[in-house]
Design a protein around this ligand. Structure first.
Ligand code: Z5A
Length: 223
């Protein structure tokens, strides 16, 4: 539908491991393209070439390479700044719908809350790194981490090409519970932006809710 004009929309998906973010992004991108939207899908850490290199340092580096908590935050933010400048902002400037798997809320929940660097302090650093750019809408996939981690482990086992569990994923359950509580706090703090999705529902029901939220947001941002 090349004639269709629509405004850019920056959508992020947030939540713990195995909460369905990648699955929802893939389905959303297909459905939105069928409806004539120009869609870019991307992820964090990653997105740009530099970001993908940083992803390896952060998630899959050798066990003898130490990454302190603050270094970890700065690496996520370095990847994000590059991702924003090189990929996300140009796509938005071309009027695309950008669907991004994780963004600032992950840093606030994982590094700010679960690593203990402070949620507000990390929120401020994220604002600086992104020069105030923020998603238009965020789908927060809310489910008990035990369920999410179990789903991920099953997926990894079923996939011959995937490696092992990554460095952050292998943190103990309490860490992932802290992440969930922090994301719930963020959803309360930013109710206009962050929409909570019950990710314990069957996949199709969960997806239907996500699609409704995004279509509503597209309607609100319509040219
Ligand atoms: N991190 C950070 O610390 N700070 C930051 O600033 C940023 C990230 C940006 C990135 O991991 C790690 O980096 C992450 C946070 C940290 N670590 N942790 N933990 P990643 O990119 O490798 O992976 P992920 O983002 O955490 O998620 P994932 O493993 O890719 O899962 P997902 O995308 O949310 O879920 P999925 O792959 O779509 O679904 C998993 C399986 O569950 C799959 O088989 C689905 O079919 C199934 N599924 C999904 N939903 C359902 C429902 N509702 N019912 C039944 N089955 C379902």
């Amino acid at each position: 539908m090349s004639e269709t004009k629509h405004s850019p929309l920056f959508v992020t998906l947030e939540g713990g491991e195995g909460t369905g973010k990648s699955t929802v992004i893939e389905r959303l991108s297909n459905d939105l393209r069928e409806r004539g939207y120009d869609v870019l899908t991307t992820r964090e850490p990653g997105g740009s070439k530099l970001g993908e290199q940083i992803r390896v340092w952060l998630l899959h580096h050798k066990p003898d390479v130490k990454v302190g908590d603050y270094a970890e935050l700065l690496l996520f933010l370095a990847a994000r700044t590059q991702h924003l400048e090189e990929i996300i902002l140009p796509a938005l400037n071309h009027g695309k719908v950008v669907l991004c798997d994780r963004f600032n809320d992950s840093s606030v929940a994982y590094q700010g809350a679960a690593r203990g660097l402070g949620m507000e302090a990390v929120e401020k650093q994220c604002e600086l790194a992104c020069r105030g750019v923020s998603p238009d809408i965020t789908l927060f996939m809310d489910v008990d981490p035990k369920i999410g981690l179990e789903r991920t482990r099953k997926t990894v086992k079923a996939s011959a090409s995937e490696g092992q569990v990554d460095r952050i994923e292998s943190e103990e359950l309490a860490f992932h519970e802290n992440v969930l509580q922090a994301m719930r706090l963020l959803a309360k703090k930013h109710p206009e932006r962050i929409k909570t999705i019950d990710a314990s529902q069957p996949l199709d029901d969960m997806y239907t809710h996500c699609l409704e939220v995004v279509l509503d947001a597209l309607e609100v941002h319509r040219v």
